[in-house]
Design a protein around this ligand. Structure first.
Ligand code: ARG
Length: 459
């Protein structure tokens, strides 16, 4: 005869291997606080509705506090035989309170219980992550603020394209992470929905008050369909999807930091505390943190694939497949958190080599577009001006010169509209300063964008 909480109809005890496959306690034990909070709200509601007596409810609420304290203090032994966190809490409540604990599970099922627990947990973690993202944005904006005049080559196809401000480059990432924050904030609307009371799949025969439980737990609203509430994990898929996008942003940034740290670029130095050495090559200082953040993006995207594939084709309502949602979810939360935290700290220790960046702008014809724009201002159509500038670039390459090094006579071979003022026009700072179209890299624009970002973040 099985002693399981569900053991009534079983004559044989569970196979040991099955017990270990079935158990999720090692993963879901981190839900214990949410689980206990949910149970206490459920008890309060049942007492108010007269489903159980106030005395029993009071005993059990206090008993759950004791169970929580035991888990807080590492005094609870976790075992596969008790499957998951819900069973552990209920079983230990029995140890604390005696047979009255058997009333706790009235009018609910583990199916609505687990949906509730994960929502409580994820709401909390989402709020934490939003704050962490804002802290990281602040680190980006601080670096931008210190580099409002730092020019660097802007690239397309990894080829030098036009000069930009380093601050502008940092603010581009600020915008990406701002959207990541917005996505998480938006997801809260769908996450902040209370499923308890949907029971196994069909609702319950007991006179429960879901609105009341909802209020006690601080959710915005109750879910509307019991089958949907216990059987979808779209809020998990949505979270991991948003987290994946955020990791991809971090990964792109990582790639740039790694490139900029090479001897070839030498645009930045990341401080010793955030880099590591080689066991064989004494000279090495490796950007491992950036590489790991880039690498961990693979895990999170993998987690997204895992949850999407798990949910695909599941018939309604609850299926045990869904127990597999927690590992990818928790791993995603942990990974995103550690990446954001380490980057927020590392960004305060990035040295920007302004002179190197400036020097890199001096070769590679970053002012060729401005050369064409100069001709456009003299009345030449842009396509024609583009052709002329292209020829001038080809000539300069042949001469092993930059456009600025060509004499006025040499330039006249391409257009007699060119005058002495061309040199000022195509000089580095002028090419940056003129790009003051809204959203562009012009000094004034970027300064205003830094101020706006600081105001947004309250820093
Ligand atoms: N550990 C389970 C999960 O994470 C809880 C729900 C179990 N429900 C059930 N009918 N066996 O999904």
């Amino acid at each position: 005869m099985s002693e399981k909480l569900w053991g009534g109809r079983f004559a044989e005890s569970t196979d040991k291997l099955v017990e270990s496959v079935n158990a999720s306690i090692n993963v879901d034990k981190r839900l214990y606080e949410s689980d206990i909070k949910g149970s206490q709200a459920h008890l309060e509601m049942m007492a108010k509705q007269g489903i159980i007596s106030s005395e029993d409810a009071e005993t059990l609420v206090q008993g759950l506090d004791t169970v929580k304290a035991r888990i807080d203090n590492n005094e609870m032994e976790f075992t596969d035989a008790l499957e998951d966190i819900h069973m552990h809490v209920e079983e230990h409540l029995g140890d604390v309170c005696g047979p009255v604990a058997r009333k706790l599970h009235t009018g609910r099922s583990r199916n609505d219980q687990v949906a509730l627990d994960v929502r409580i947990y994820l709401k909390d973690e989402t709020l934490t992550l939003i704050q962490m993202l804002k802290d990281f944005q602040a680190a980006l904006v601080t670096l931008a603020d210190a580099n409002k005049k730092t020019v660097m080559p802007g690239y397309t196809h990894m080829q030098r394209a036009q000069p930009v401000l380093f601050a502008h480059h940092m603010l581009a990432y600020y915008q990406m992470f701002k959207r990541d924050v917005e996505r998480l904030e938006d997801s809260l609307k769908r996450l902040d929905v209370m499923p308890l009371g949907c029971a196994a799949l069909a609702g319950t025969t007991f006179p429960i008050d879901r609105e009341y439980t909802c209020q006690v737990l601080g959710f915005s609203r109750v879910s509307e369909n019991s089958m949907d509430s216990v059987s979808d994990r779209d809020f998990v898929m949505e979270f991991i999807s948003h987290a994946s996008i955020c990791m991809i942003h971090l990964s792109r940034l990582s790639e740039e930091l790694i490139l900029w740290s090479t001897s070839e670029f030498a645009f930045i130095t990341i401080s010793d505390a955030f880099t590591t050495g080689s066991s064989i090559m004494p000279q090495k200082k490796n950007p491992d943190v950036c590489e790991l953040v880039r690498g961990k993006t693979g895990r999170v995207v993998g987690n997204l694939m895992a949850i999407l594939t798990t949910m695909k084709s599941l018939p309604m309502a609850y299926n045990k497949d869904m127990q597999e949602d927690k590992e990818p979810l928790f791993d995603t939360i942990d990974t995103l958190k550690v990446c954001l935290e380490v980057y927020t700290r590392m960004f305060a220790h990035i040295e920007v080599h302004k002179e190197r960046m400036r020097a890199a702008c001096m070769t590679g014809f970053l002012n060729a577009t401005d050369f064409a724009d100069y001709l456009v201002n003299k009345g030449v159509a842009f396509r024609t001006a583009h052709g002329i500038a292209g020829k001038a670039v080809a000539f300069a390459i042949e001469q092993e010169k930059e456009l600025d090094d060509l004499t006025l006579e040499e330039m006249h071979a391409f257009s007699d509209l060119i005058e002495k003022d061309v040199y000022g026009f195509i000089s580095l700072d002028a090419t940056v300063a003129r790009r003051n179209s809204y959203g562009g890299t012009g000094f004034e624009n970027v300064s205003a964008a830094v101020d706006a970002a600081k105001k947004d973040l309250g820093i």
